[in-house]
Design a protein around this ligand. Structure first.
Ligand code: AMP
Length: 177
């Protein structure tokens, strides 16, 4: 799903960093976006209007940049915020999901009591790349007994075809590359 909003300010505030964190990767740096009040509020508003107020119970932010975008989205919805973190960071009982990366694997965790059964959850991250992280987040929400109402990303790297991993889920990306 794409939404029609004036996202020029958002687009203009994304900084490309070639060869970070490794050669061949163009890192999409959102720190200029976060530092620009108009761009930040527009990005948050664009996600909020994509999903209706009152329809989301919890907003999940994926460590670490996902936290920054997800928290104000949750506030606008009047929803709770749930952090999804790398292994070993959460203090209470967790459930975890391990998924493959291009090199090696990654584990994400969420607190075992983060969701009530049937809650409607929106998953938020800065970038949709291969979709492995987003799919792992969906699995964690569903293994917790909650429902994935949708996903939202500031940036989608379409050439990495992450959308294929999100087949059957409703998702929105504000900018596509
Ligand atoms: P993936 O699991 O491949 O979809 O990767 C998504 C995760 O990696 C997100 O949490 C992003 O923050 C990060 N990521 C992947 N590629 C990039 C990129 N080119 N620029 C910035 N962040 C990225």
């Amino acid at each position: 799903m794409r939404i029609e909003l004036d996202l020029q300010t958002v687009q203009g505030s994304i900084r490309d960093i070639p060869d970070f964190p490794k050669p061949g990767v163009v890192f999409k740096d959102i720190t200029p976006l976060l530092a620009d009040p108009a761009a930040f509020s527009t990005a948050v508003d664009a996600i909020v209007v994509s999903y209706g107020r009152g329809k989301i119970d919890k907003v999940v932010g994926i460590e670490a940049r996902g936290f920054i975008v997800a928290a104000p989205v949750a506030y606008h919805f009047g929803a709770g915020f749930v952090p999804l973190r790398k292994a070993g960071k959460l203090p209470y009982d967790t459930i975890s999901e391990t998924y493959e990366l291009e090199y090696g694997s990654e584990t994400l965790e969420v607190h075992a009591d983060a969701f009530k059964a049937g809650e409607r959850v929106l998953i938020v991250d800065d970038v949709l790349a291969t979709g492995g992280t987003a799919k792992a987040a969906c699995n964690l929400v569903e293994h917790s007994g909650a429902t994935v109402a949708g996903l939202a990303f500031v940036i989608e790297l379409e050439f990495l075809k992450g959308s294929a991993r999100l087949d059957g889920y409703d998702y929105v990306s504000l900018l596509q590359y």
